[in-house]
Design a protein around this ligand. Structure first.
Ligand code: FAD
Length: 314
């Protein structure tokens, strides 16, 4: 039989900027939050990067892992409790919500803040992970600045790929958009903007077939023609992969409303989900901005929403 614990005010699932900020605010409000940070991905997406130059308060920049350790320490200082484990099952329907960890322990709370983030889709190529932050990126807003005067490839054919390509022309010498098909999925306005940019060229019916490395950095890319199978080499030293994201909402299917792409829906501008007492924050909700600061901001909003919900119960 599963062990069962007492009823908490707040449980937070996720230890990225959204989860830790929600933890800080609920801890300071005296709600003693319990945070599940994940078994292997403690600190969230920023732990997979190096320099973060766009989080306010760090004029010289800050390393991603260091920023996340600081956020955690700040929340712990006010009494947030951290368990570095995955939640594998939830029951969010009743007044008392339950979440179950990998040991089968059931934790109960009046409110749950979901801050499980989203994962960038990968190409699935050898060296892709190894070269992340070393020429390979999934976020032009985050990393474009580091690619001045470089030849860059952007993979994808949707709005995000066009937006990334157009944004990157501010820094890059050239941008090549690589797309598997002969036509783009992006909206006409985004396509027109990209087509009219002198720095952007297109490799249609093409896919990235290989990544080359020199001194630990991306040094070139092999492209394969999806129709003929022929390959050719590009001397690009930057690769931005813009083929979509997968929000981590598998656990909540059938219990919380999700949109057609699987993102958690909230009653914007609040963080209230379709179930009273459950709040959503960060990239698991956000299609659009996907930045550490916006995730932290919505984590703050979720904490305040949970606080108000709990106050109304008494
Ligand atoms: P995440 O940070 O993704 O955290 C999600 C958390 O949920 C993780 O802790 C995970 O362990 C946990 N989790 C998921 N499922 C479960 C479960 N079942 N049980 C328990 N825990 C679970 N943004 C910037 O602003 N500036 C940058 O320079 C920047 N660089 C980036 C570089 C890289 C390589 C990447 C990948 C992202 C970068 N970003 C950057 C984007 C930024 O990291 C995200 O927007 C931000 O981390 C989202 O925060 P989040 O809290 O919503 O989710």
């Amino acid at each position: 039989m599963n062990a069962t614990t007492g009823i908490r005010d707040v449980i937070i699932i996720g230890s990225g900027p959204a989860g830790y900020t929600a933890a800080l605010y609920t801890a300071r409000a005296g709600l003693s939050p319990l945070v599940f940070g994940g078994a292997i991905f403690v600190g969230g997406s920023l732990t997979t990067t190096t320099e973060v130059e766009n989080f306010p308060g760090f004029p010289a920049g800050v390393q991603g892992p260091e920023l996340m350790e600081n956020m955690r320490a700040q929340a712990e200082q006010f009494g947030a409790e951290m368990i570095d484990d995955d939640i594998v099952a939830v029951d969010l329907t009743g007044d008392v919500k339950t979440v179950t960890d990998t040991a089968g322990t059931v934790h109960r709370a009046k409110t749950v803040i979901v801050a499980t983030g989203s994962g960038y889709r990968k190409l699935g190529l050898p060296k892709e992970d190894e070269l992340s932050g070393r020429g390979v990126s999934w976020c032009a807003t985050c990393d474009g600045f580091f690619f001045r005067d470089r030849d860059i490839v952007v993979v994808g054919g949707g709005d995000t790929a066009m937006e990334e390509a157009t944004f990157l022309t501010r820094f890059a010498r050239s941008v090549t958009v690589v797309h598997r098909r002969s036509t783009l999925r992006a909206s006409q306005v985004m396509q027109n903007r990209a087509f009219s940019d002198d720095k952007i060229s297109f490799a249609f019916d093409s896919e990235v077939a290989g990544l080359h490395e020199e001194n630990g950095m991306l040094s070139g890319i092999t492209l394969r023609d999806t129709l003929s199978g022929e390959t050719r080499e590009l001397a690009a030293t930057g690769l931005f992969i813009a083929i979509g994201h997968d929000p981590r909402t598998e656990l909540f299917k059938g219990q919380l409303n999700l949109d057609s792409e699987g993102y958690l829906t909230v009653e914007s501008p609040s963080t209230r989900t379709s179930v009273p007492g459950i709040f959503g924050a960060g990239d698991v909700v956000d299609h659009t901005y996907r930045q550490a600061i916006t995730a932290a901001g919505s984590g703050c909003a979720a904490a305040l929403d949970a606080e108000r919900y709990l106050a109304a119960l008494t």
